[in-house]
Design a binder for this molecule. Structure first.
Ligand code: ADP
Length: 406
């Protein structure tokens, strides 16, 4: 009897202070239905006394222990591959890639573009390779889906002689989510995302509204515009990031407030957005405060929604015609109020929300626009782990890969 082929992908998302994992079974008619284990190791780099683990190596060992305790140890023969979330692929990585020493060296070169995220990703990959050198490890980049942006969309209006040597351009992020949600929205509306001919002409605006937030315009499965830029700071109002801002604000803060670069960086990335406007970055709390008549919470909500509406208008112009607007991530999936306020008054654009459908909560992808709405409005729960597992499995193939000995 021959052993069954391995069907499981371990998805790792190593951030600077946490390591999230999901073990996803890609067998069966609906891959990803079976997820034998998932979890998170937090407080990487904090003292053990406070429940911390010293580094990413220790974090991954802890993941290995949790998996083993659940009967799915890292040495399991069921493992097909490990899929890693990677944040910044620069212009070098526009597709998922099988990790080898050369890939890691190139990821190191991209650290200046994502100084917080990429080192953590690299650390996670290194440790996973040490633990399972025989297993294919695939890196799936957050920027990759946006590699199809035309140059007039990705280029800032700067002298290329200044911008290009420093890799200054728009890259976009949350690409794994935008890819997954745009395809799922197509399927929800009767298109076959696997068939380029059927998908051609399908235009969707994806609003990923989580703690970070971004919007993308996708035509025929290709991303043509997105709101995040060289870093995730550009674009929509986020939980703690300002999003779009006149760059002269930075000079002004430096000259008039005497703030240095790090202080301004912290202000714009960690103390702005909803948190900066009203002190809370959680839309649930903002909703509660608004219900009590809190003016600051109301203003934060209004600024947040206004920015979304501006982008929807702009991306409608970019696409020319919009078949669907898809809401996703924590706020997009759960806040009927944000969806309602950001879609209100867009009838002239062919958008007609159905307030009853919109108010219904659910876990499944669903249409929340009125039956006659020319542009469908959909809620599509994102699933970045499944997307990483799918891209990983597609790259290594169903039979896996045999790697040369290290
Ligand atoms: P991340 O970007 O960290 O992955 P999520 O996509 O999980 O975040 O989004 C987290 C945010 O979603 C929270 O900060 C909160 O504002 C919002 N959120 C979660 N649940 C709800 C809810 N029921 N109603 C409104 N907002 C919600």
């Amino acid at each position: 009897m021959t052993a069954a082929a391995p069907t499981r992908v371990l998805v790792l998302n190593s951030g600077s202070s946490s390591l999230k994992y999901q073990l996803i079974d890609m067998a069966g008619p609906v891959p990803g239905t079976d997820r034998p284990a998932r979890g998170i190791v937090e407080r990487i780099g904090e003292p053990r006394a406070r429940g911390g683990v010293p580094d990413h190596a220790a974090a991954l060992r802890a993941v290995g222990d949790e998996l083993a305790a659940a009967g799915h140890g890292l040495d399991s023969p069921d493992l097909l591959a490990i899929g890693h979330r990677a944040v910044h692929g620069g212009t070098r990585f526009t597709e998922p890639v099988l990790v080898d020493d050369g890939v890691l060296a190139e990821m190191e070169k991209l650290v200046p573009l994502a100084p917080l995220h990429n080192p953590a990703n690299i650390a996670g990959i290194r440790v996973a390779r040490e633990l399972r050198p025989d297993l294919p490890q695939v890196a799936v980049f957050d920027t990759a889906f946006h590699a199809t942006l035309p140059e007039h969309a990705w280029r800032y209006a700067l002298d290329p002689a200044v911008a290009d040597p420093y890799a200054i351009r728009r890259y976009g992020f949350h690409g794994t989510s935008h890819a997954y949600v745009s395809r799922t929205a197509a399927r929800l509306l009767g298109r076959d995302p696997a068939d380029p001919a059927d998908l051609a002409g399908f235009h969707v605006i994806v609003l990923h509204l989580g703690n970070g937030a971004s919007v993308s315009a996708v035509a025929g499965g290709r991303c043509v515009e997105t709101s995040m830029g060289m870093t995730p700071l550009e674009g929509l109002v986020m939980g703690t990031r300002s999003g779009d801002l006149d760059p002269a604000v930075v000079f002004h803060l430096a000259r008039e407030a005497g703030m240095d670069t790090d202080a301004i960086d912290t202000l714009l990335n960690k103390r702005s957005g909803l948190a900066g406007l009203c002190g809370d970055n959680d839309m649930r709390e903002i909703g509660r405060r608004m219900a009590e008549g809190d003016e600051r919470a109301r203003l934060a909500f209004d600024v947040y929604v206004h920015r979304i509406r501006k982008y929807v208008g702009a991306y409608t112009a970019v696409l020319g015609r919009v078949d669907a607007i898809a809401f996703t991530a924590g706020v997009g999936e759960n806040s009927a109020a944000v969806r309602e306020a950001s879609m209100r008054g867009l009838e002239a654009f062919g958008v007609e929300l159905d307030s009853v459908r919109n108010a219904v909560r659910g876990d499944a992808p669903r249409v929340v626009s009125a039956p006659g709405s020319r542009t469908a409005v959909a809620v599509v729960p994102t699933d970045e782990e499944l997307e990483i597992a799918t891209q990983t499995r597609d790259l290594v193939g169903e039979r896996g890969l045999s790697l040369p000995p290290p």
